[in-house]
Design a binder for this molecule. Structure first.
Ligand code: HEM
Length: 541
């Protein structure tokens, strides 16, 4: 299920979630695990840290808060760090530096500073910092965790062109049409329901059929066999466990000097999670290999596993795709997609249902372009410009990764006259930039019209060229699944607004955020009463 999945959002968001308990929990782990030597070791480490900071020539860093010994400024961050960082930027400016643990971090909170790190000096900032959970659970081989090597570039190219490119999107249209039709048909009518679990099942199945040609969420009224139900349960547990591992606070990621202290309990959990995931994926790959032995698979029948196995067979030594790469990339595709699209679709519908004028305009457009005697097709989307503006406006206000996944500098450099050390972590707060009143008139108002031709922000797109709007990032690390993500969102929002009459019955006037997991969801899930708007005969397949 969706709530359990994924991690696209910044690891900062995740890993700092429990920062307030950081010192206490870290000490507890350490004391439990190595009581006899703990005090001696801890004192030695502290002395080394203090000596290092005294002896190191202090660079001319951007302004920022002075941190505490050992934890730096971790204590300034809560479960919604993008909000804390936005507040701090009001005091220290759009280029800010702070220490998180022992790591030097740079926070970018303006289009200019974002552009500097993602584009102007993009090559130097395209690496990722060390991430123990990713290294163990996903072998450090998934796209999100890999450093900026030629192997990573090659894998990204395959991901963008072969796995999520236009041809694959076209070949899988029927999958999305079937799963959305099923959601519309089976959504309980005339009663209060929480929409998120229904969206979650639909998206899990859209993505799992796209990746491995199998449904991995049980559908209401479905006829799964015992074996299928057991695989579905297993998948749900594994995705949940991976999300927990990837969002756990691992002290060594922020205080490298303490890496050797563990905590062993987390290490053990990461390894067990990796083992379980490996077993699950290996079985799927073995099934695909068996199928391939029976004869060549037609191009249109190939899912992502087949495409990756093709690539593995033909890849040259230098850029070899190994079986480990295949497994990690498959998990990337799951974990980077379902949660981002689910959270974003729920925010989009939540915003639209609070604005009767926006809802009416959207339905008017749908009736003009599609009419009322057939269902929405993906080929309608280019003409549904208001629906596209709705999705864009929702991603502006609610980017699922409010702070981009951390980038890391390869070499020391200068930016805006300041020194940026090598291996500094750069966090771009796209949430704060997209709500900046100096860039966006009435920034907190949900107003899709701003992006329509003649609107106040017409012409701004999400392709990574306009640095005031970066829900998918920009430059070398920009999301390679953007095309698929937007296609599913446009199609899902258009179909649901076209087919159903919605009443929002959520008791949450503030529409608060969080708590942040791998993405930032609504604190109170959207609750609706649905009634058919059109005959559901169009949704029988
Ligand atoms: C609404 C949907 C989505 C949003 C808003 C989104 C956003 C993002 C963001 C902000 C990043 C990090 C960029 C950076 O580090 O600068 C990212 C990375 C990534 N996304 Fe997405 N994403 C979405 C859907 C998808 C889908 C559908 C897939 C795959 C099928 C995907 C695969 C990835 C991968 C593999 C990365 C890591 C790329 C790398 O580090 O080289 N995403 N995404």
């Amino acid at each position: 299920m969706l709530d359990d999945s994924k991690r696209s959002s910044s690891r900062l968001t995740l890993s700092l979630r429990e920062n307030t308990q950081f010192v206490a929990s870290f000490m507890a782990f350490s004391v439990m695990e190595s009581i006899p030597t703990f005090y001696v070791l801890a004192t030695t480490v502290l002395v080394i840290i203090v000596l290092r900071s005294v002896l190191r020539r202090s660079p001319n860093l951007p302004p920022g808060p002075t941190g505490l010994p050992l934890i730096g400024s971790l204590h300034l961050l809560s479960a919604l760090p993008h909000q804390n960082l936005a507040e701090l930027a009001k005091k220290y400016g759009p280029l800010m530096s702070m220490r998180l643990g022992q790591e030097q971090c740079i926070i970018a909170t303006s289009p200019e500073t974002a552009m500097e790190f993602l584009k102007n000096q993009g090559a130097n900032f395209s690496s990722r910092p060390p991430f123990r959970a990713g290294d163990v659970v996903l072998y450090g081989q998934d796209l999100l965790c890999q450093n900026a090597t030629s192997q990573w570039r090659h894998h990204r190219m395959i991901f963008k062109t072969e796995l999520t490119g236009p041809q694959r999107l076209e070949a899988t249209q029927n999958v999305r049409a079937e799963e959305i039709a099923h959601l519309i048909r089976t959504l309980p009518q005339n009663q209060k329901v929480e929409l998120r679990p229904y969206l979650s099942v639909m998206l899990n199945n859209v993505v799992s059929r796209f990746i491995l040609n199998k449904r991995l969420s049980a559908r209401s009224g479905g006829h799964e066999t015992e074996e299928e139900l057991s695989a579905i349960k297993n998948f749900k547990e594994i995705t949940h466990e991976i999300a927990l591992c990837l969002s756990a606070f691992y002290p060594g990621d922020f205080i490298p000097a303490l890496k050797w202290l563990g905590p062993q309990r987390l290490e053990k959990r990461f390894k067990e999670c990796n083992k379980r995931m490996d077993l699950f994926v290996s079985k799927i790959i073995a099934e695909h290999e068996a199928e391939r032995k029976l004869g060549a698979i037609a191009e249109e029948e190939k899912d992502m596993v087949h495409v990756l196995l093709d690539e593995m067979e033909k890849s040259e030594e230098e850029h070899r795709i190994t079986m480990t790469n295949v497994k990690a990339i498959l998990w990337d595709a799951f974990s980077a997609s379902v949660d981002t699209i689910l959270i974003s679709s729920e925010w989009t519908l939540s915003e639209v249902l609070r604005k009767p004028d926006v809802l009416a305009k959207a339905q008017e457009e749908l009736d003009n372009v599609v009419g009322q005697d057939r269902r929405v097709l993906e080929s309608d989307i280019p003409k549904l410009v208001y629906i596209q503006a709705i999705v864009k406006e929702a991603l502006r206000l609610h980017p699922p990764a409010p702070v981009l996944a951390p980038h890391q500098s390869i070499d020391a450099c200068k930016a805006f006259g300041y020194d940026i050390p090598a291996e500094a972590r750069v966090f771009v707060n796209v949430w704060a930039i997209a709500r900046d009143p100096s860039l966006w008139p009435n920034p907190l108002e949900f107003n899709p019209g701003r992006f329509m031709p003649g609107g106040i922000n017409a012409g701004i797109d999400m392709k990574g060229q306009h640095f005031q709007l970066l829900p998918f990032g920009a430059g070398r690390r920009m999301c390679p699944g953007k095309g698929l993500g937007l296609l599913i969102m446009h199609y899902c929002v258009a179909s649901l607004l076209h087919a159903v009459l919605w009443t929002d019955v959520t008791n949450d006037p503030e529409m608060a955020e969080g708590p942040a997991g791998l993405s930032v969801p609504r604190a109170v899930p959207l609750q609706v009463i649905a009634k058919p708007r059109l005959a559901f005969d169009f949704y029988t397949s």
